[in-house]
Design a protein around this ligand. Structure first.
Ligand SMILES: Cc1ncc(COP(=O)(O)O)c(C=O)c1O
Length: 447
């Protein structure tokens, strides 16, 4: 096996060896350090090519931003055109482009009356939490066990925490802050209260003990696959936010635009106070947005300096990602939702094909899916929270399948439970080929 990997990925390994001399670990985001170590050199539509010339049908989509597919021509044209017009980063005053993008987002997302732009999802969730603290004058926040909201101190915790570390499921209750990074001050950790997803009793519990500024959650937990909210859960969060006076922040960095132009909040019929957007908004270009009620967003320009929330950034609304975001949204709006109809039909094809194969091979598994995003859990039901998932999913089998698929030219990110993303560029034939290879991979493993 070792010999095969060396032969198939020889050039990838040589590039990585070179980069390791200068970049710690050889990668610039720790989440990219996975086995097999592959260096990609080209992405077009639904496909990736690696340094050794191997081609893959891609379902990783770079952790999900490529909703239209890699290098979508409409978005690429917009980017080339903005550069040809000599648009630059001026760093003074406003620009027409950022105004256009802001208007589009405010028109399309009911929860967004006003919006600001940043470069990454982490910057935007950090600003959302700071804004919530400023507005409420409170310091504590709630986060979800099994949720991911970025890399800063407030939220670098309790993602895929082993159950022997976080402890058994508690409800109502809270979990200890389990950092996923060194260097987070202990005093800061005391301000953050991880609770179960789909558990309103724990929200009440934390609010009765602490003075809570905000609850931040992905409306679907998409960093541990697809863990959906139970009926009434998101509406319940809205009710409890109103009752306890905390700011409800929906982190739609993964769900926004991918599941519908108005975000998952619109699908659920819930209006959060603040919404964070990123990833699919610009089909792979680095931009994020923080939007919400004007009365909150206006604290960024509060007339009283002691109340003003600092929002600054050299690269905020850089013309390249801003043009990419405008073009992406235009593309999503074209032909009365053509993009969403296409990915939904491919998603259905994938789900039905997977379910048939899993049934035929008598494998205990379920397919969780929202539109273009799906995940296979090797357990007998769709999980309702991290503890449910961690207790029942077969992580080792999941990773075996993913690695075998990569050998067969299908790129599922090789880490158990990671979301798979279909793009507008995928075709029914791509899905059919993928399903064939999945059958093949499962048979090889079961043999
Ligand atoms: C739901 C969610 N929020 C926030 C982030 C952080 O975004 P970024 O990596 O752009 O900082 C991510 C990244 O994966 C995410 O999935």
């Amino acid at each position: 096996m070792q010999t095969d990997v060396l032969a198939v990925h020889a050039k990838s390994l040589a590039i990585l060896k070179h980069n390791r001399r200068f970049i710690p670990g050889g990668v610039v985001s720790v989440n990219r350090a996975v086995q097999p170590e592959i260096v990609f050199v080209k992405g077009q539509g639904a496909y990736l090519w690696d340094a050794d010339g191997n081609k893959y049908i891609d379902y990783h989509a770079a952790f999900a931003p490529h909703f239209l597919g890699h290098n979508d021509p409409y978005v690429t044209d917009a980017v080339v055109s903005v550069l040809r017009r000599s648009a630059s980063l001026y760093g003074a005053g406003t620009t027409e482009l950022e105004g256009q993008l802001a208007e589009l987002i405010c028109q399309q997302i009911p929860a967004v009356e006003a919006v600001q732009f940043l470069n990454t999802g982490s910057e935007a969730t950090s600003q959302a939490i700071r804004l919530a603290r400023a507005v409420t004058g409170r310091d504590h926040i709630m986060v979800m066990q099994g949720g991911y909201n970025g890399w800063h101190d407030d939220v670098s915790c309790n993602l895929m925490t082993p159950l022997n570390v976080v402890g058994q499921r508690l409800s109502p209750g809270e979990y200890p802050y389990i950092p996923i990074s060194a260097g987070i001050p202990r005093d800061h950790q005391k301000l953050v209260h991880p609770i179960n997803f789909n558990d309103l009793a724990s929200v009440d519990y934390v609010c009765e003990k602490y003075s809570v500024a905000a609850l931040i959650t992905e409306p679907i937990l998409q960093n541990i696959g697809i863990v959906k909210p139970e009926a009434g859960y998101l509406k319940g969060l809205r009710r409890l936010a109103d009752r306890h006076g905390f700011i409800l922040i929906f982190d739609e960095v993964k769900t926004g635009f991918r599941h519908g132009i108005g975000g998952y909040a619109k699908i659920a019929g819930v209006v959060p106070d603040l919404v964070v957007l990123g990833k699919a908004v610009a089909n792979g270009y680095p931009i994020a947005a923080l939007g919400g009620k004007s009365e909150l967003m206006n604290w960024f320009v509060h007339p009283e300096p002691s109340k003003r929330v600092l929002l600054a950034g050299t690269y905020n609304a850089h013309p390249v990602p801003t043009a990419a975001a405008i073009a992406t949204i235009e593309r999503l709006l074209m032909n009365d939702g053509e993009v969403y109809r296409h990915v939904e039909s491919l998603g259905q094809q994938m789900q039905e094909g997977l379910e048939e194969t899993l049934r035929a091979l008598r494998i205990k598994a379920v397919v969780a899916r929202q539109g273009s995003a799906f995940c296979v859990y090797f357990m007998d039901h769709c999980p309702k929270d991290w503890h449910d998932l961690a207790a029942h999913h077969d992580f080792a089998f999941d990773e075996d399948v993913r690695r075998k698929l990569i050998d067969l030219g299908i790129y599922f990110f090789p880490l158990a439970t990671k979301q798979c993303s279909i793009s507008f560029a995928h075709t029914p034939q791509d899905i059919a080929t993928t399903l064939e290879q999945i059958k093949c991979a499962l048979k090889l493993i079961l043999r």
